[in-house]
Design a protein around this ligand. Structure first.
Ligand code: ARG
Length: 278
């Protein structure tokens, strides 16, 4: 706004304050403000499902779902002009809710896989991950060493698929748990000797449970890099808007800010964007 215009407006406002009745009871200004306020507040609320035992991406803190995914999704949704209501539905119920379109979004460190892409729409990648083996009281130096060990995985995750790749799909050595938390509990209580999961989650668990003797190892020969995406029902109208918003958040520093808050280091934004081109 030009200064001259500002001055004129100021004069009008001041005039109104002096002669209230002449300006419709002095409500003119306030009404406009309210209308504008209402406009910004009445955003459409999208329903989001997650499995919140997956720190640092999503976990429960004082009854609230919190974590990197939560901060990022809120920033992206906000950029796209939406509000989100995030509920800890659990892993299977999240996918069922997406199938039935009761949920608009799934956000749970969900790896973009060819099989899932057949059934759901994904945003561009927002995080690069890889498989990690967490183990206790045994010697594991690479994926091959999983053979003959009791292995815990979260059911229906890429950790399960990675373990199956090594020891076979129907191996009775693999125990499947409904949540990542139950998988770690099984490792802790010696029901399994190794857990196969995502690197950042294994490292976070190790960091938060320092005196438990849990060790970790990766195997770049056996396990490919993975990328997390925001998940939508097939044909969702929101995918494009969210991709655009994700790009903005990647470009304007908001992504880096959130990344540093949770991982204490700079993200490789360029690498992520390259992955999106594939
Ligand atoms: N990235 C893995 C997958 O997509 C594991 C995700 C598990 N997420 C969770 N919130 N428990 O299969």
């Amino acid at each position: 706004m030009k200064t001259s215009m500002k001055k004129t407006l100021l004069t009008i406002v001041a005039g109104c304050a002096l002669v209230l009745s002449a300006c419709g009871g002095g409500g003119a200004d306030k009404d406009t403000a309210d209308k504008e306020g209402a406009k910004t507040e009445a955003k459409k609320v999208l329903n989001v499902g997650t499995e919140a035992t997956f720190a640092p991406f999503e976990f429960m803190d004082k009854g609230e779902v919190t974590g990197f995914d939560v901060d990022l999704l809120k920033a992206v949704a906000n950029e796209a002009g939406y509000d989100v209501k995030i509920e800890n539905t659990g892993w299977d119920a999240m996918f069922a809710g997406l199938q039935s379109k009761q949920l608009d979004i799934g956000m749970a460190g969900i790896t973009i896989t060819p099989e899932r892409v057949d059934s759901y729409d994904f945003s561009n990648p927002y995080f690069e991950s890889k498989t990690m083996i967490a183990f206790k009281d045994v010697k594991i130096e690479n994926a091959e060493d999983l053979k003959g060990k009791k292995i815990g995985v979260q059911n229906g995750t890429t950790g399960q698929f990675a373990a199956e790749k090594i020891v076979g799909q129907n191996s009775s050595d693999i125990s499947k748990y409904e949540t990542a938390a139950l998988m770690f509990q099984a490792l802790q209580s010696d029901n399994v000797q190794a857990a196969v999961t995502d690197i950042a989650v294994a490292l976070e668990y190790q960091k938060n449970n320092p005196d438990t003797g849990i060790e970790t190892v990766t195997d770049d020969k056996q396990f490919e890099p993975e990328y997390y995406g925001i998940v939508f029902p097939k044909g969702s109208e929101y995918v494009e808007e969210f991709d655009k918003a994700l790009n903005t958040v990647l470009d304007n520093g908001k992504y880096a800010e959130i990344y540093k808050k949770w991982f204490d280091e700079e993200p490789d934004v360029e690498a992520l964007k390259k992955a999106a081109e594939k």
